[in-house]
Design a binder for this molecule. Sequence first.
Ligand SMILES: [Zn+2]
Length: 165
Amino acid sequence: MKRQVRHQTTLRHELRAEMPLGDPYAEAERPLNPAVCTDCGAVFKNGQWAWGTPPRDAVRTLCAACLRVRDQFPAGHVTLRGPWVDSHKAELCKLVADHEAQTNRERPLERVIGIDSGQHSGLTITTTGRHLARTLAHAVQDNFEGRLRVRYEADDNLVQAIWSR
Ligand SMILES: [Zn+2]
């Protein structure tokens, strides 16, 4: 886990070095003009992303979520671990899918990038948005108790949640 994060931090710095204008994901999160994502069809208008019909003057772009999926560069990591997790993976994956679907209706840029069931044990869920990582971790705890720790890494604009049971 630690090694993976370090690798991504390095990657992030490389991306920054290539793009002196700033964080490409932050820019894609808040375009200057009304926009429509050419991959997922999400629409940016009146300062927020939503599903719907794009305005006529919408600029064609790639939203931050599609950019993160393409780059495999998550904004959130939720790690579930412990013996209970290994015997309830199907139940946990269903909760992840339901929570994602519910969140994504109102927040198009909040998506699950992947669920890694690991070679040994546990589950790691990566997300395009920090909000989804945080609320997902809390949903797991609300439903199944256990122990939760959520950390926000300001430097990397990243949410890391670790839940164990
Ligand atoms: Zn998109």
